[in-house]
Design a binder for this molecule. Sequence first.
Ligand SMILES: Cc1ncc(COP(=O)(O)O)c(C=O)c1O
Length: 364
Amino acid sequence: MPLLDIYRNLPVEVVGGEGCRLYDFNGKKYIDLTSGLGVNILGYNVPEINQVLSRAHSVLHVSNLFLDRLKEGIASRLERLTGMDYTFFTNSGTEAVEASIKFAWKTKKGKIIAFEGSFHGRTLGSWSLSHILRNQQFPGINAEIEFIPFDRPEILEKNSDAAILIFEPIQGSGGVRPISSEMAEAIKSIQRRGVIVIADEVQSGMGRTGEFICSQHYGIKPDIVLLGKGLGGGLPLGAVLVNKSIAENVKRGEHGSTMGGNHLALMLSRVFLDRIENGLMERVGELGRYVFEQYREGFDLRGKGLFIGIETNQEDMDLKLLERGFIVSVVRRNIIRLLPPYIIDIAIIDKFFNELQEVCLEGG
Ligand SMILES: Cc1ncc(COP(=O)(O)O)c(C=O)c1O
């Protein structure tokens, strides 16, 4: 039976990996600068992860019917890293978005604001909050939704009558665009006036920008934070972190998930958090500073840490770079998005930018 034709696949069949590298069926090596779309943060063939997998034994899944110390332990670490108060685990980013709307709605009902250029996922609720998907209509959530221009903080300021704001500190699929400091101030201002602020950090969190969540760069303390992608060390795991005042209004039975917070994913999450809390996040900050200092002149760069966008004047850059052995993703047709594993080294970064320059020159 064929697969639904939903994705344009790169012509590579991956059979193995090591560090930042992937191997295909013919033994050809590629440098993966996407980390499997932001998931394989520690790279491939990670000894500590292999160790956990080899020790995984009788219980791979403990349903939410039971107390789970592992789950509580990961939640406490997320509390320490983000300053949030309570956690609910999901299997994916989009599930975290769906849950967050329900949790926020329990505290305040009314208009929901999102930004132009936003992407929050592809289930019906998150789809309807994703501005870049707005031309393809599906039934969505039953609430008024208003999209605000990404670079007009004064318009956001006028919307303090809204109930909820959801935003990405760095828009990923929308073109790797960080919010401006003026927009950050507008977000804090409407939050002070009672709007519930949800930071969708599914792509920008987990240390990707050199802070555990990107909101921390801006001094924003969201009411709700959403995590996903690499949180589960390569297995599906997302999280909704909420503050006390949101948690107080969420009652038993109002949400749930059979697999959310799967035991094995949490075991790998522990490995990921160990590395993050033992210097890996600082390394991300250093590498990011290197990239932006070294290559700002020659390239149209934006982002923070290892969340990097490069605007080019060409399309199909993913295919052109693949020929040279680099896996990248492209957003908005001509913007290369890099989400490399945090273990990447400077030699690989330099090699990539040299080759990118050649591809740009070849393309005119
Ligand atoms: C900002 C943001 N939110 C939500 C999602 C949805 O996450 P998932 O694909 O795990 O459902 C993504 C996925 O790329 C994302 O980048």
